[in-house]
Each structure stands twice: as C-alpha cells, then as structure tokens.
Design a protein around this ligand. Structure first.
Ligand SMILES: Cc1cc2nc3c(=O)[nH]c(=O)nc-3n(C[C@H](O)[C@H](O)[C@H](O)COP(=O)(O)OP(=O)(O)OC[C@H]3O[C@@H](n4cnc5c(N)ncnc54)[C@H](O)[C@@H]3O)c2cc1C
Length: 393
C-alpha cells in the first residue's frame, strides 16, 4: 500500500512537471539539448529526487530499492528525458566514496544541481574491452601531471565541462597497477574535441586529444596507480542500470498502440491483423515480462544486501537485445515511411513529415541501437563473465 501511495506521488509530480518540450527532448536520448536536459534535472533537484541511489547525507532520498525501482519505472513510462549518467551515476559515487573533502566540496554540488556536465574518458583506440591496456600518459611535473594521449567514443565531450579520465602513471608496472583516475577541466589548454558522426547521422560521440595538458595533482582521485580500483567501482554502477526495462515497456506499449491504430501501407489493414508482425510483438512482450521478473529478482537480491554480480551481466545482455528487437519492429511498422525521414530529419530539411510521426526516427534509432550491445562492456564480454562466474568454464 505504501508503495502504491509512493507511485501515485511520483505520477502526480510527473503530471505537474513534465512538459511537452521535455517529452519531445526525451526522444533525443543522449542528444538531448543541454538547456532542456538541465530544466528537467533542475525540477528533480528542487523536489529532492535527483540522486535516489546516493547516501542521504550526500543528497540521496533514503528510498527503499523498491521505491527507487518504482521511481525509475514511472519516469521511463512517462517519457521523461534521460538524465546524463556521467555525473550522477558514474563520477558522483566515485567522488563521495573515494574523493577528498576538497574534491567533494568542489564537484558534488554541480553534479547534484545539474549545472556541471561530465563525460567519461575511459576508451582509447585499441583499448576498449581490454581497457587496462590504455596508453594516455600522465607524467608528474611539480604539482601537476602533464597528460598526453587520446580518448575515443567520448559521449557528449562537446557539451561537457569536465572529463574523468583513466591515465597511465606507471608504464613499467602490470597494466592494472599503473593507472590513475584524474578529473580534468575541459577548458584546459591542450584539449581538442573532434566530432564522430555515428551511423544514426547524429553527433553524440567524440575523440578527445590531450597535448601537454597540465592537470593539478589535487585533481587525482585517491592514490596514484590505484585508478583501476575506482574505475571498476564505477563500471559496477554503470552496469546495474543498463537493462532499460521500463524504457522498453514504454516503447513496446507505443508499438502495440500503433499496431491497433495505424495502417501498415495505406491499404486499411491494421498491423495488429498481420499474423507475422503480431506474433513477433507478442514474443517481445513475453520476453520483456521475463526480463522484468529477472530485474525484480536482482533487486530483491540487492535489497537483501547482495551485489548485482553475474545477474547484472545477464540483465545487460537481455535488456539490450530487447531494445534492439523493439527498434527493429518499429522500423518494420514504419515500412517505407522509415526511408525518407532519416536524411531529411538529420539535415533539418523536412518539417512536414510525409508519413506518420512515429516513423520519424525509426531508422536513425535502429541504427544507433546497434551500439546498445557494445557500450558499457560489450555483450560478448558479458558472456565471458557468465561463462566464468556462473558456468565455471
Ligand atoms: C555509443 C557508444 C558510446 C560510448 N560512450 C563512451 C564514453 O562516453 N566513454 C568511454 O570511455 N567509452 C565509450 N564508449 C566505448 C565503449 O566502452 C567501447 O566501445 C567498448 O568498451 C568496446 O570497446 P571497443 O569499441 O574498443 O571494441 P573492442 O574491444 O575492440 O571489441 C571489438 C569486438 O570484439 C569483441 N571482443 C573483444 N574482446 C573480446 C573477448 N575477450 N572475448 C570475446 N569477444 C571480445 C567485442 O565484443 C566486440 O564485438 C562508447 C561506445 C559506444 C558504441
């Protein structure tokens, strides 16, 4: 009953706060405009709901895991914009767990109120899955490190104020032992951000080059050469939130509505009457129910004091496969209307779409969705984890 009342409270807040602009912006995912993303962030911050997973003394809500789950689900079902994870879910927990008091004072308020945006400088050309092989070097010079090297696939580096980076501080040690974790101001001289336009035709990704960038030693988290410990802690946080069950529920519900209402090809036939499409829609719905149960099981384990462990890998694999399955169904539903939109939309050449609204981003989202099974630790790597930890192979 208490949980039901809490759900109602969240729904009321969403009805009162979430504007059409925000819902519209939500469709852009990581590409959300900073001003609209910031308005939504601010609304949650002012309500005291911006960081439910944080300890209460750091600005958390003190909710139970069930309440956090209800909150995440209701936000996704209502179509709220995504909150950038780099501050709230990644570097924030690292800061309050391992950061100095001065670092916490400097950075936590801006993460909480949304005024400072962060990006993640882990991957490099040649160091993705095998992250510990990273080469970007930080050499001590007085009270500074001098950083040289390159990061890649850095989401939203072009919008970020700060980047948290893994850098090599000892090249003679074993790969994992020679890495440090630095906080770097993106305005530092010697940083160059170059755009990567991805297969959806949009710009979320970047290369970030460092040439003799001076970073105060005081910007290092914890001990020198212990960065791998903090990096792994952060990835644990990243992976528990990657299944996207509630978002998939919203997308599937929209698709089901569409199948009942829209015509497939102008012939008057409903998609719901197409046996093959209907069967695949039901198949996705059944798998999504199963995934939701798995997520509930993992949450219950958490609530009993356990860790997400191997189940997080399972959630990541199944959650991302589900997202891709739904994106494919949307492209099929859009049929030929999916084709002209991609380029017209991206080039901003068409403001009167020739087909239904839902077709607008179908191909673009489907294409970018290829990345779901890559970022946050590729699905092959997750399968390796399961093979080792669960099957003992
Ligand atoms: C959309 C997107 C956003 C991203 N955002 C960021 C970001 O903000 N910051 C950041 O630091 N990084 C980011 N990344 C990078 C991401 O973390 C890496 O792409 C990922 O870790 C995989 O590394 P890689 O691309 O170098 O591929 P590789 O590691 O070279 O892998 C290539 C292929 O080989 C497979 N493979 C590799 N090793 C093994 C193995 N041991 N066993 C079986 N199969 C294996 C992989 O699964 C993959 O299919 C992003 C990536 C994408 C696609």
């Amino acid at each position: 009953m208490e949980d039901q009342e809490f759900r109602e409270e969240v729904r009321t807040f969403l009805q009162e706060t979430l504007t059409d602009d925000m819902r519209e912006a939500a469709l852009q995912g990581f590409g959300v405009e900073r001003s609209i993303g910031a308005a939504w962030h601010r609304a949650l911050y002012e309500r005291g709901w911006i960081a439910p997973g944080w300890p209460v003394e750091q600005g958390g809500t003190g909710w139970t895991l069930t309440q956090q789950h209800i909150f995440d689900t209701e936000l996704a079902l209502a179509g709220a914009p995504m909150l950038m994870p780099f501050g709230l879910q990644m570097v924030g927990p690292v800061l309050y767990t391992f950061g100095s008091e001065a670092q916490q004072r400097q950075h936590l308020p801006g993460i909480l109120d949304g005024s400072v945006w962060w990006c993640q400088g882990y991957s490099e050309p040649g160091s993705g899955s095998d992250l510990a092989s990273l080469k970007t070097a930080a050499v001590r010079d007085g009270d500074d490190y001098v950083v040289n090297g390159q990061k890649i696939w850095t989401t939203n580096a072009h919008k970020a104020d700060w980047i948290f980076c893994l850098v090599r501080t000892d090249s003679a040690a074993k790969p994992q032992r020679g890495i440090s974790f630095l906080l770097i101001d993106m305005k530092s001289p010697g940083i160059e951000v170059r755009p990567i336009v991805s297969i959806d035709g949009l710009h979320h990704l970047n290369e970030v080059y460092f040439t003799d960038v001076r970073v105060p030693v005081g910007n290092r988290i914890g001990e020198e050469n212990q960065g791998w410990t903090y990096a792994k802690f952060l990835l644990g946080h990243e992976r528990t939130s990657i299944a996207g069950v509630a978002g998939s529920k919203r997308s599937l519900a929209a698709l089901e509505r569409l199948a009942r209402e829209e015509v497939a090809d102008g012939s008057g036939a409903r998609l719901a009457d197409d046996a093959s499409f209907g069967a695949r829609l039901h198949d996705a719905a059944v798998k999504l129910d199963a995934l939701e149960s798995l997520e509930a099981r993992v949450l219950a384990e958490f609530a009993r004091g356990g860790t997400p462990g191997d189940a997080a890998s399972l959630l990541k694999i199944l959650g991302t496969q589900m997202m891709q399955a739904i994106e494919l169904l949307r492209v099929e539903a859009a049929a030929y209307y999916a084709l002209p939109f991609e380029t017209a939309l991206i080039a901003g050449q068409s403001d009167t779409p020739p087909g239904p609204e839902f077709a607008l981003r179908a191909v673009s989202d489907y294409n970018f969705g290829r990345a779901h099974t890559i970022y946050g630790g590729s699905n092959e790597i997750q399968r390796n984890v399961i093979a080792k930890a669960v099957l003992g192979l």
